[in-house]
Design a protein around this ligand. Structure first.
Ligand SMILES: [Zn+2]
Length: 377
């Protein structure tokens, strides 16, 4: 049983004209799926309350966000990561973020109550939001709230962060928690925001060896990426055997993303998400909650999220994108709206130092497994 979650008020989480984390991306995906005649009626969440958010954020921080969002002055606002280029203060942003948090929480509840086994949240993935500060376009951590909803009911949860940036906020919030395994594949922090996500960040106390990081080389392509999934993610899930898998499905590992340097194509995303669903069937009782996330090439991101929707629902992938949809949204994208769902074959130039990149990624997997081996087996 598959369900989708969305509320039009997610659009209140709009950090301004020209800001890359645009709510238009979700609206475009929904419009595309409607145009293709496959969009199901979404489940509609209530906004999370500030009290509920206390499970994952400090009271000071929540008060600061709510006040700033209402136009009130917040003393020392910079200590909360607010009023920056990445996280500007925008009216009603807090309410928008709380609707998004309510959506991911609802996704968790649908799994907990057995009303769905696969859930796709048409927004969220605010993985950089920390316990007491905003960062990287993220205000409130919807993923952490959804995961907390499940651990509150006695579930163990694996969180798989496939965004190109390290899932630092989620890792931090559950750093000592033995009921949550976090796994993040990302471009190495040597070159990319937020500069964390190293192998030695393994968790602490009861959470030790449950926080896994796979910092990948720039220009990593699909084959090497999938090898990391097979060699590191599969044994992790096989060992931890969680009750549910939560996936942050950022589309920014795509080769055309303007903010990062991994080289996945839409064909790679298809292979990846078919495999992720297989892994959920095998190791997490089929329970899987997928959120959106980063993704700043709008033409790639909308195609990737539409592709994931089709895979979740077991639908055949359309070859072409509807002409009406391409026309309607063409003014919102840089360049031309593609004609096909998939990228053209061999869309980028040959990658220099490909064997070296592959062997460095293999070494990352080896070092990570070595670091956890005494705790796991
Ligand atoms: Zn990202």
């Amino acid at each position: 049983m598959c369900k989708v979650i969305y509320h039009p008020k997610y659009s209140l989480y709009n950090l301004g004209e020209g800001h890359p984390f645009s709510p238009l991306r979700s609206e475009m995906v929904i419009d595309l799926l409607e145009e293709l005649g496959v969009m199901k009626a979404p489940e509609v969440p209530e906004p999370a309350t500030p009290e509920e958010l206390r499970q994952i954020h400090s009271k000071d921080y929540i008060d600061a966000v709510e006040k700033a969002s209402a136009g009130e002055t917040v003393p020392n606002i910079d200590k909360y990561g607010l009023d920056t280029q990445d996280n500007p203060v925008v009216k009603d942003m807090a309410l928008g973020a709380r609707y998004i948090c309510g959506g991911t929480k609802l996704g968790a509840q649908l799994l907990l109550e057995g009303k769905a086994r696969r859930v796709l949240q048409f927004g969220g993935g605010l993985h950089h939001a920390h316990y007491d500060s905003a960062a990287g376009f993220c205000l409130y951590n919807d993923l952490a709230l959804g995961i907390r909803e499940m651990t509150n009911r006695g579930w163990n949860v694996a969180y798989l962060d496939l965004d190109v940036h390290h899932g630092d906020g989620v890792q931090e919030i559950f750093y000592t928690d033995e009921h949550v395994m976090t796994i993040s594949l990302h471009e190495t922090g040597e070159f990319l925001f937020p500069g964390t996500g190293w192998i030695h960040e393994l968790g602490k106390g009861m959470g030790k060896s449950l926080k896994l990081n796979l910092p990948l080389q720039p220009f990593t392509e699909g084959e090497s990426y999938m090898s990391v999934i097979e060699k590191a993610v599969v044994p992790a899930l096989s060992w931890f055997r969680p009750d549910a898998l939560v996936v942050q499905a950022g589309a920014d590992p795509h080769y055309s993303d303007p903010l990062a340097d991994l080289m996945l194509t839409t064909q790679d995303f298809e292979v990846l998400y078919r495999r992720v669903l297989e892994l959920a069937e095998k190791y997490t009782k089929g329970n899987i909650l997928i959120t959106f996330g980063g993704g700043y090439s709008v033409t790639a991101t909308t195609r990737i999220w539409a592709l994931i929707y089709h895979i979740i629902f077991g639908l055949d992938l359309p070859e072409k994108l509807p002409e009406a949809w391409r026309q309607k949204w063409s003014k919102h994208v840089k360049g031309e709206m593609p004609e096909f769902l998939h990228d053209p074959p061999n869309p980028y130039m040959e990658i220099p130092r490909k064997p070296e990149i592959e062997s460095q990624n293999k070494e990352v997997v080896r070092r990570l497994l070595d670091a956890v081996s005494t705790d796991w087996w």
